[in-house]
Design a protein around this ligand. Sequence first.
Ligand code: 13P
Length: 259
Amino acid sequence: MRKTMHKKLIVGNLKMNPVSPAEFGRYLDMLEKETKGKNFEKTEIVICPPAIYFRQFSERKFKNIKLGAQDVYWEYQGAYTGEISAGMVKANGAEYSIVGHSERRKYFGENEEIINSKLKAILRSGLKAILCVGESGEERKSNQTAPVLKKQLEKSLAGIGIGKAEYITIVYEPIWAVGTDKTPSSDEVLEAKIVIKKILTVLYSKKAVEKMKILYGGSVKSFCAGQVCVDPAMDGALIGRESLAPYEFIKIVKIVEEK
Ligand code: 13P
């Protein structure tokens, strides 16, 4: 596969961390120290903290880091206790939202129908979407990776037209790698990327798919970043635990920059 034409995208998903504004403030201090005055020419960096910290993030006025949400609800407004809409997230400074993360599927029972509604809401609001797909360990063992990816992509993207394709980034997030110390080999990641591209090309077109980024997500560390996201054909990574350590997170960005 030829070298990506895209600026790489590195997304930090802080999940339900850190536990207090004071701790988040210290996190932002470290992030500022690692990024101040730096011009990451080849990489777009996005941090997705819990939404309750959006204002605190925005007050720092990072020039080289964008803000993203970890999830949104599909309705615009109304009596949906506890939920946050895509429009609210956008109005509070976010440019991106993750959708369909494996933890949302596993702990909150999100299926493709829900993910499809959320994805539509994200795009309607003018946010860019980061859509996660991936197979479980069992599915991989029984050679189900390609059919699982096909089902997830077809159902999640149902009714979303070709004009919106460029605002959607796909993350290949093998569930068996998330939160573990396992990472797939670069061949396995590349294989999944080829499968995803083929499915997207049938859904949209070759030209439209060229504008879409495909990232890897699952146990990315600086020592294995080269294996999973620096490959010339890959467009970047979605990073969990390691994004909580700004030094390590920016080390991954630098590996990508130096490539
Ligand atoms: P880890 O990097 O902690 O495995 O998490 C990956 C992930 O879920 C990214 O959203």
